[in-house]
Design a protein around this ligand. Structure first.
Ligand code: S3P
Length: 435
């Protein structure tokens, strides 16, 4: 489905960010292996989190989903089967486009006395899974995959899990979470040494459910634990909110209020990066919602300046780099993204995809294996851009349409529904035209 976006003379309004994708996956998975039943409020409307629910149902977990109250995402009721209660699935488990589903479920399925096959779409089947399979095998799990156990489909065939100390080669929350989840059922302690901090939703939620997860600096450890069901309220997704932050900052006549956004410090690097770029961003009504900090975020038109985004901040804003590149294109001077090699193995190669469409939009972008330098052009040309079958690339192109000199047409725009099905309707709500 192609969508054409053109920008209004002024961009104003209020948006409620949809439920966070990372937190939604975790609340469904962890409550599924907990004892007791729980209700998750404001569940992500994205297709990725529906893939997680479908997989849990195939493993014998009873799940009901119903529309939430006005302005909130769906409510999901989960009857936990306990740590060892899964039924052997009679179908192949399909993670769709979701890396979080594939990697976290790998940790949950490892070393169980059931046989299961886990796969996903063409993107998932080309993304690196050896990073979870190798350490899970080291812990004793019998897991097999294509290309020497590095690619999905993955086969889980039992094994006995032993805890271990493991130096993680990448600062990945998916890898960390996968190993912590296996560690819940392993013999002894599982201790992970991270090269840098990554999002800590797993640690927060497991502790709230009665597990013992300890963090000291960059080391995280877990000992075998049962989980108790926990009603969760899912905060708004900062990764979805980031599109409106950038839109409000780069549009010359804009003021946007984004309500209910999760601002967990291990996720909120985008706010710090935009502030380094001279952004007018105000956090209001800061509060706590079920163990995660939340705020309303007000953004206003700003004269952005180029900056360097690299090192330890990168994992804290990894999913926001495609839209930060739009901010960089409209900023004065050059913005350099460094240490960003993980972008090459996301839903698509996001360095290549961003350079591709931005070059067509008249922006000079230089890339290496792990860097991307965007030369601020102060303007974007419109045109026809490919969504690269990646939700965050397609939505970044949509934001470009709000400020480009002529309309932007995005091919494959429906991919936004992976995390944000209402994205195109929200553009119209703010005054943009969508055809
Ligand atoms: C996620 C972690 C990140 C992120 C992804 C969601 C999570 O991936 O890019 O969209 O929910 O844990 P990595 O852990 O591979 O960096």
């Amino acid at each position: 489905m192609p969508v054409t976006v053109s920008g209004p003379p002024q961009l104003r309004g209020e948006i409620t960010a949809p439920g966070d994708k990372s937190v939604s996956h975790r609340s469904a998975m962890f409550n599924a292996i907990a004892g007791g039943s729980a209700t998750v409020t404001n569940f992500s409307p994205g297709a990725d989190c529906s893939s997680t629910l479908d997989i849990l149902r195939a493993l014998g977990v009873e799940i009901d989903r119903e529309p939430g109250q006005e302005g909130l995402g769906d409510m999901v009721h989960i009857n936990g089967v306990g740590m060892h209660g899964f039924a052997e699935p009679s179908v192949i488990l399909d993670a769709g486009n979701s890396g979080t589903t594939t990697r976290l479920m790998s940790g949950i399925l490892a070393g169980r006395d059931i046989f299961a096959i886990l796969t996903g779409d063409a993107s998932i089947r080309s993304r690196p899974m050896g990073r979870v399979v190798a350490p899970l095998r080291q812990m004793g799990a019998e897991i097999f995959g294509r290309k020497d156990n590095t690619l999905a489909p993955l086969v889980f065939a039992g094994g006995d899990l032993r805890g271990m100390r493991y130096e993680m080669p990448v600062a990945s929350a998916q890898l960390k979470s996968s190993l912590l989840l296996a560690g819940l059922r392993a013999d002894g302690e599982t201790r992970l040494v991270q090269p840098a901090q990554s999002r800590d939703h797993t640690e927060r939620m497991l502790n709230a459910m009665g597990a013992s997860v300890t963090t000291e600096g960059n080391e995280v450890s877990v000992t075998p634990s049962e989980l108790g069901a926990d009603d969760d309220y899912v905060p708004g997704d900062i990764s979805s909110a980031a599109f409106w932050m950038v839109a409000g900052l780069v549009h010359p006549n804009a003021e946007i209020m984004i309500r209910g956004v999760g601002i967990n410090p291990t996720r909120a690097g985008v706010i710090d990066a935009l502030k380094m770029m001279n952004a007018d961003i105000t956090l209001e009504n800061e509060r706590d919602a079920a163990g995660e900090p939340v705020a309303d975020i007000l953004v206003r038109s700003s004269d952005l300046k180029g900056t360097v985004i690299g090192g330890e901040i990168v994992p804290l804003l990894i999913d926001e780099i495609p839209v930060l590149a739009v901010a960089a294109a409209l900023a004065e001077g050059e913005t350099r993204f460094e240490d960003a090699e993980e972008l090459r193995v996301k839903e698509t190669d996001r360095i290549a995809a961003t350079a591709d469409w931005m070059t067509a939009a008249g922006v000079t972008v230089e890339t290496t294996a792990d860097t991307m330098t965007v030369h601020g052009a102060g303007r974007l040309l419109g045109g026809n851009f490919n969504g690269h079958h990646d939700h965050r690339i397609a939505m970044s192109e949509g934001i470009a349409g709000l400020i480009s000199e002529s309309p932007v047409t995005i091919t494959g725009a429906e991919i936004a529904s992976i995390s944000y099905p209402q994205f195109w309707a929200e553009i119209e709500k703010l005054g943009g035209a969508v055809e």
